[in-house]
Structure formats: structure tokens, C-alpha cells
Design a protein around this ligand. Sequence first.
Ligand code: SF4
Length: 389
Amino acid sequence: MNVVNQTAHQAEHVGRPNTLLQINHLSVDYHAENGTVHALTDVSLSLERGRILGLAGESGSGKSTLGYAVTRLLKPPAAIVAGEALYTPRAARLTGELAQPVDVLRLTPQQLRALRWTELAIVFQSAMNALNPVLNVGAQLTDVLRAHRPDMTRQQRQARALELLRMVGIAPDRLRSFPHELCGGMRQRAIIAIALALAPDLIIMDEPTTALDVVVQREILMEVMALRAELAFSVVFITHDLSLLLELADTVAIMYAGRVVELATRGELKRNPRHPYSYGMLNSFPTIQGERRHMTGIPGSPPDLRSVAPGCAFAARCPLAFAACRTETPPLRPATGPGDSQLVACHLYDPRHRAAAPTAAEFAARYEAAYRQERTPGRTPGRMERSAR
Ligand code: SF4
């Protein structure tokens, strides 16, 4: 899995036989009455078969827009203004033979219908809204099979529906239950079962467990991971909860103001976040193990995406900003030079400003020192800050 903005890097990744999804230079706008919102700008990402790509960022960072754009679920006033999303389907799913990549953004309605559910499925954030309230779970499961597998008999569809319920940990006698008769965790499991109905190669999960309590959330995530290990599908996992991705994603893309600002393996990100925004996100939640530490968080708010100021979109909130940050937009580049798989969009890693690039320890010290200076003088620390000292 990798992310690049440079064409040369993209060409290299498109050619990889294991690449399932390659997004190149994707930009999405929302045309509102009071201005155009640039929700996604020049995003390039790739996902290999059987892997999990995590997308993290604050609300409005563009992560859900990315998922909806790739599945062609965006509706006006949203518009894809540039880019492509190359998906490599299996020509013969039984033999594993690969077909040529297709650009999902340019498929005809018929081609898109053939791709959806069979190759690519989505799990939505709110199960109650995603399920049809007047159909029981069994009807909603067999509906997908009836639409996409006309060769299946009624008995085969029923058998598959029961098998899917068992796979996601729902008792078979719930087949005739309506969504309002299920608890939140079961509804989310039912959505996951529908997504798995045709054994797709890619499942996009948009905040699949956000509305659930942490115990149910953990149970469902463990089941998803077990199913992925068994069925070998790939996942794009969208969440604002970076701590989740540090447990389950292979690679994490941090998004800010519609751009990818850092891409790293979960280990790299955990050990050594390079972008000041990633650092702030990682220091916005307490750990339950290890030393007590000061919580820094991220001061300020995301920019208005109708009129982002020139330069780095994070500059107004970044305690490490310097002159170049306010005039030039930093491209996504290898953090320490060619060959480094950790990519970051920050001038601190530009060879021209390399002298300003801090080590991990210096980075933490500079970030926290700068942030402390920015605090309101005389402010009384909150309870969490006091207990963390
Ligand atoms: Fe901060 Fe400048 Fe890096 Fe943006 S480019 S994150 S403002 S140091």
C-alpha cells in the first residue's frame, strides 16, 4: 500500500500485480450557494489485496467523501472534478485470474451495477439509516442475492442468508427480525452480513462502529478481522478514531482539509509521527498503559474549505510553522528522502528546509513547547491535564 503525488511513483504502483485499488489525483467539490467547498484535493492512494488501509482525520477532512467518491455514491451538489479510481477485478473469481484495471469513476450504470456488491461493498456509519425499516433482515439479505445472482434458487438464497448471519454472530432465528427489533450491535452486524453477501474483494467501512459502545465495538471489530483473515477481502476503514487504526490497519493515511498529509504503516505512525497534525492527533487521547503524560491536543479548528489560505492548510494551527508554510503548499514526499515509505506533506521534510527537520525527540519537545506558549496565560488546567501531570 502506498500513497504518492508524483506521477513516477504512481506508475510504479499501478503496475503492481497485487494492487486492488489505485486512486490517482482525485478531487471532489461541493457546489454550495455560498461558495464551492473543495472537499478533496489531489488525493492519490493505493491499496493492495488483503490489506487494510485506514483513513483518519477530523470531521470535514474528506475521508468519507473519498469513500463515497470511490463507490460512486456522491450526489449533486457534489462533483468529482478530477482524478481516477482504478480497480482491478478478478476476471475469473474461481481461478483468481486478474482482469485489467477499470476506472470506477467512468463506468456506465450497467458496469457499475455489475461491480457493486460483487467486487466492492460499503458498510455505512448508521445501521438504522442504512437498513430498510419495513423489511426484515432476511428479506434484505436475500434481496442482494436476488438482484445480483439470478441463478440462485429461493432455497439457496435462504441458505446463504443463514450462513451470513452465522458468520457475523447473529442467531439464525433473527432472520425474520425487523431492524427495530435488533440492538445497535446486531444491526451493524446485519449491515456487515449484507456487505459480505457476494464475497466482495473490497469493503469500504465508513465509521462502522462509531455509534456503538466500546465493548460491542471491540467485539464487532474482532469479528471483522477474523472474517478478513478467512475471506481475504481488503478494507478501507474510515474513522476519526486514530487509536482504532493503530490496532487494525496495515497502513494509515492521515487526512486534513481534503488532502492526505501523512501516509505510514501503523508501526511507523505510532513510533514516529512526522506531520505535526498526526502528532497532535496521537497526543489527543490518553493511553491506559505506560507513563502518565501531558495531553497536548490540537489547538484551533479546521479551515473553511471554500477558501483555504495559500500554503499549508494546517499553518494556522501548527506550532512549528515558518515562513514557507504560508506561501507554498507542501507536496506529499518521502519523509527522510528517496526510498522512505513514510510519506509526509510538510515543509519540515523538504530538502530545502531539511535543517529545520527535527528528530522524533526534538519534534515532540518543540511541538509541546510551542503549544504551551500558545496557551492562554493564567488558564486553569482541566481535570485531565492535572491528573496527567
Ligand atoms: Fe506545520 Fe509548516 Fe509542516 Fe504545515 S508545512 S505542518 S505549517 S511545519
